[in-house]
Design a protein around this ligand. Structure first.
Ligand code: NCD
Length: 299
């Protein structure tokens, strides 16, 4: 499952459902009774796994799974294809995170049950994107007609790759990609934007573009994907969003972050009404509830 597997109309229906879940949680609390979600996480995660698990529990379903490759048969050499065939006998739906790019896709192609990509290596993170889109739609009232700054590790940050892909289908969006030279977006993203004729620019200075932004999407430098620690140390604190920088921004600009944050947003920004990253976490649960219901055809 990828946001691009859904048309924008289907995404709208998904988001409408998430909004209804937010307003009427009791209506949905038994919808998944008797259903099981398997969370197969071959890579560490706190919020994505727990977000999926609480989504299923809120729907009255149950959860099985593992939270690191070491505690699964992958450590014995089992392939993802075999694992998913087994999981299909135990569960009705699976959320899979894997360090290898494309692994959840391979699993989906071999599976009898829906497999949701919960993040594959430095590639994509579709359900974080659903979370981001629902947050933007709920707090800005629209998807489209804005300038978004994406800042930090745009090379390895899979959330950014999925988000740019998804937003490229909406009207009148300008992308400002803010990163050090070494952490620029991969070529395939730049090529896609160029091909579609979408406005974008790549800059190094966050301060310079701050006044232009309607949305600022901050990201963590992805330490685990670096080849050497020295580069990580040199780049990790390249951007730190603080009060001074926030003073340059529009009054209604929103700051998003997929979390976990390290140093890239100073804690003093948390109290700024424009900081939306903790609200984003809550939207993540609603949108995953909506996704589970949709994929299990329970709506
Ligand atoms: C992101 C991820 O796993 O890619 N986190 C998340 O799922 N909320 C971002 C990150 O790890 O920096």
């Amino acid at each position: 499952m990828n946001p691009l597997d859904f048309t924008t109309e289907e995404l709208d229906r998904l988001f409408d459902l998430a909004v209804d879940i937010e307003a009427n949680p009791a209506k949905y609390s038994k919808k998944c009774e008797g259903k099981k979600l398997a969370t197969c996480f071959y890579e560490p995660s706190t919020r994505t796994r727990l977000s999926f698990e609480s989504a299923m529990l809120n729907l009255g379903g149950s959860v099985i799974g593992f939270s690191d490759a070491g505690s699964s048969s992958a450590s014995k050499g089992e392939s993802v294809s075999d694992t998913i065939r087994i999981i299909s006998c135990y569960a009705d739906i699976c959320a899979m995170r894997h360090p290898k790019e494309g692994a959840p896709m391979v699993a989906a192609s071999r599976s009898k049950i829906p497999v949701i990509n919960a993040g594959d290596g430095g590639h994509q993170h579709p359900t974080q994107t659903l979370t981001d889109l629902l947050t933007i739609r709920s707090l800005k009232g629209r998807l489209g007609g804005f300038t978004i700054g994406l800042c930090g590790d745009l090379k390895f940050g899979r959330t950014v790759h999925s988000l740019i892909n998804a937003l490229s289908r909406y009207d009148d969006i300008t992308f400002i990609m803010i990163s050090p030279e070494e952490l620029k977006v991969p070529d395939y993203i730049r090529d896609m934007l160029t091909e579609k004729g979408i406005a974008f620019k790549e800059v190094i200075s966050l301060e310079d573009v701050m006044p232009e932004l309607d949305l600022l999407y901050m990201t963590r430098v992805q330490r685990e994907r670096f080849f050497n620690e020295e580069d990580y140390i040199r780049l990790k604190d390249f951007y730190i969003l603080n009060k001074q920088k926030m003073a340059l921004a529009k009054d209604d600009m929103l700051v998003l972050h997929p979390l976990p944050r390290v140093n890239e947003i100073s804690v003093e920004v948390d109290d700024d009404p424009r900081a939306a990253y903790f609200k984003q976490v809550q939207y993540g649960v609603y949108v995953r509830m909506a996704l589970i219901l949709t994929l299990l055809e329970l709506v």
